[in-house]
Design a binder for this molecule. Structure first.
Ligand SMILES: [Fe+2]
Length: 483
């Protein structure tokens, strides 16, 4: 009997909805590819790895599928002396290994269960972010779990790392921050019982040197944080679980416009009581661009979600919650200022016109003043990024943009890759994957960061589509233990 060939654009059929078919359909294989066709030239002073994480379910989901559920798969573009190697591997999470042994999906997704429900177990799929730390890549999960350490070049899972977060019983949220000057990694964890949050610091060699409870007013669903040279900035946003749904074992979120957005500034290794909270207009925000100190002020540049409004201008809490739950983004670049001396606050929209998200920048300057941010244009109706833009985050001006077609392209999160001998923030490249649905072609594109308007200086064509995903990072050779 001949094998039945699965449709690569609907490997699990069409009954799971749009996020598992067409452009979003997962890949069935892991690959290593070299000698790919290049249009233009890969710069010789571009050395390191662009890594992209995202959902790529290995087996057909049990029940309803949410885009957040799929097993984490990393895609690596390894640049070495003008040559490129592309590699894809699933992260060998505990759940992935259980599924592999069973030959089927053995966990439930966020539409059917909540984290910690013993009757309907969920898997920490580590599919959300990836960041370089201590010589490895760290893959993380938005609901907070054990982070997985991965070799950034071979993409072999080095280990799951429970000791990394001190056996807290919980873990690390998707977005931690690495200070590339000191090598420290700052992270938070959040959960539905008091104190609702924990904050920690891990050194370059993987030692947990600081881990403290952060008391929030209630159950919250924060997503990101920020760091400066001396402080960390933690988020208390007016988004939390619907209590009745949580009791019934269902994941449903509420946006509460009667509460402020609060940002807590805590010294890097500060005691819990040393945190200072600053209040701002109610909002949700997924992603911080960067933070730094200016005199007595802590500055945070972020992509603020614009709450949906009723026709009378008041906030539509239900629609806002739905948009957040399904990543239907309507976000603007926003600058927050918190004065540690006077307690004064200031918030301002940097660019009212452009809906942009998923920021990249020069991560060697995380926590230090940066000027340039690289973001994606966001289709507000679905999770599709239609082009990339460079912003001057001092003024909010968009100083460069590129797309191969807003109506038929899917871009990934762009990251800045410094040139080997870079001494300035703009000397380097911007790396991104793009699927062109009209040309039916996947490319890895390299831009001169100084001029996105000039278009890609190198286009490397891959033999197939890479499904859209979440976050990416750039790792320099000096950050990679096995380079
Ligand atoms: Fe995120």
């Amino acid at each position: 009997m001949s094998a039945v060939l699965k449709d690569p654009e609907a490997p699990f059929g069409h009954h799971h909805g749009p996020m598992l078919t067409g452009v979003y359909a997962p890949l069935a294989e892991e690959e290593t590819l070299t000698d790919l066709p290049v249009e233009g030239k890969i710069p010789a002073d571009l050395n390191g790895v662009y890594l992209r994480n995202g959902p790529n379910p290995r087996f057909e989901p049990k029940g309803a599928y949410h885009y957040f559920d799929g097993d984490g798969m990393l895609h690596a573009a390894v640049f070495r002396a003008g040559q490129l190697t592309y590699r894809s591997r699933w992260i060998r999470t505990e759940g992935w290994l259980e599924n592999e042994a069973a030959g089927r999906e053995t966990h439930w997704g966020v539409m059917a269960t909540v984290k910690g429900n013993p009757k309907k177990p969920m898997s920490n799929v580590a599919n959300t972010d990836v960041i370089g730390h201590g010589g490895n890549a760290v893959a993380t999960w938005y609901l907070a779990g054990v982070p997985y350490l991965v070799d950034p070049v071979t993409l072999e899972t080095v280990r799951g790392a429970p000791e990394y977060v001190g056996g807290s019983g919980n873990g690390m949220s998707a977005h931690c921050k690495v200070d590339e000057v000191t090598g420290e990694l700052m992270f938070f964890d959040y959960f539905a019982e008091p104190p609702y949050m924990r904050y920690g610091v891990i050194t370059d060699d993987g030692e947990l040197v600081h881990h403290v409870p952060i008391e929030l007013p209630g159950d919250r669903l924060p997503h990101d944080m920020g760091i400066t040279e001396h402080y960390s900035i933690l988020h208390d946003l007016p988004v939390y679980h619907d209590e009745a749904a949580l009791k019934a074992g269902r994941h449903k979120i509420r946006f509460d416009a009667s509460l402020p957005a609060r940002f807590g500034v805590i010294p890097r290794r500060g005691a819990p009581e040393s945190i200072r909270w600053f209040e701002f207009s109610p909002c949700f925000l997924y992603h911080v661009v960067n933070c730094w100190e200016e005199g007595d002020e802590v500055v945070m540049v972020a992509c603020r979600y614009m709450p949906a409004e009723h026709s009378d201008g008041t906030i539509d809490e239900q629609r806002t919650a739905k948009m957040i739950a399904h990543l239907m983004m309507d976000a603007r670049l926003w600058r927050y200022r918190m004065n540690l001396k006077t307690g004064e606050t200031h918030e301002e929209c940097l660019n009212p016109d452009l809906n942009v998200e998923f920021p990249g920048y020069d991560s060697s300057r995380t926590g230090r003043k940066t000027r340039w941010g690289y973001l994606v244009d966001h289709d507000p109706n679905t999770l599709r990024w239609t082009g990339i833009r460079k912003f001057d985050t001092d003024t909010g001006e968009c100083v460069g943009a590129w797309t191969d077609g807003h109506d038929h392209c899917w871009y990934t999160e762009p990251w800045f890759a410094p040139a080997d001998d870079a001494t300035t923030e703009y000397h380097g490249y911007v790396i991104v994957f793009v699927w062109n649905d009209e040309a039916r072609e996947e490319q890895l594109q390299v831009f001169d960061a100084r001029d996105l308007n000039a278009g890609p200086m190198a286009r490397i064509t891959l033999p197939h589509r890479i499904p859209p995903g979440f976050h990416a990072c750039w790792m320099k050779p000096g950050q990679i233990a096995t380079w």
